[in-house]
Design a protein around this ligand. Structure first.
Ligand SMILES: [Zn+2]
Length: 238
């Protein structure tokens, strides 16, 4: 394999690495878009549950107010019947009932006040959560817009690189190209430069030492040979 063929396959491998980087960046962009969308979703859920809490308290207030009204009605009807009673024992019984009702009314009034206080707190909380949601929505729209632009730019770049890649592949001798493509299907990147350490050559793809006979071949100028361990096409930088 002459030097120029070697340069061609090296260039092809560089283009493949660039394409892989672009794919990686596209994937990262998709992941960030999903993260942005899920943040909006979870803020929306929070706002919904804050609204639910407020509505629950409003319902409880209505129930307590109804009980209060009923107790007040009972009290006033007891009072209306008071004048009709002549019997002392019955009058005493009625008085005791009135006392119980009054205590019940007091407790209910207190309950309504407490519930209203809680409802107001829940309302304020819901409002602040909604304001937060509004902010997140605006922010996320801007972020998604940015992501979309980056994605479009990357896709355009990818197209360019793919065209360049197919041109570069056409320049490579068929035999070397098929060997490269076969390795690439299993290992990426398919090319691995050898590293010289303590007088020995190591495959930079898998880190295993190159056999003595392969090292000889490489030193003699064999362009690309398969690593015995990882099968990558190894070479010595010239
Ligand atoms: Zn290897």
């Amino acid at each position: 394999m002459d030097f120029s063929d070697f340069q061609k396959i090296l260039y092809l491998s560089e283009l493949d690495s660039r394409l892989a980087d672009i794919e990686e960046e596209l994937k990262d962009l998709k992941d960030s878009a999903v993260a942005v969308e899920s943040a909006v979703l979870s803020a929306g859920k929070k706002a919904l549950s804050a609204d639910g809490e407020k509505e629950k308290l409003e319902l409880e207030i209505k129930e307590a107010e109804l009980s209060l009204m009923q107790a007040e009605e009972r009290l006033s009807s007891r009072r209306a019947s008071q004048n009709l009673i002549k019997d002392a024992q019955a009058a005493e019984k009625l008085e005791a009932e009135e006392k119980t009702l009054k205590a019940e009314i007091d407790a209910l009034e207190e309950k309504v006040l407490l519930l209203m206080e809680n409802r107001n707190k829940a309302e304020a909380e819901a409002l602040s959560i909604k304001a937060e949601l509004g902010k997140i929505e605006i922010q996320s729209r801007a972020e998604l817009e940015k992501i979309k632009k980056s994605e479009a730019a990357l896709l355009a770049l990818k197209k360019e690189q793919e065209i360049e890649r197919s041109k570069a592949a056409n320049q490579c001798p068929q035999e070397i190209l098929s060997r490269y493509e076969a390795v690439k299907k299993k290992k990426f990147p398919a090319l691995a430069a050898c590293i010289l350490k303590d007088g020995k050559l190591f495959c930079s793809g898998c880190g295993i030492a190159v056999t003595a006979s392969q090292a000889d071949e490489l030193k003699k100028g064999a362009g690309l040979i398969n690593c015995m361990n990882c099968f990558r096409l190894i070479y010595v930088k010239r």
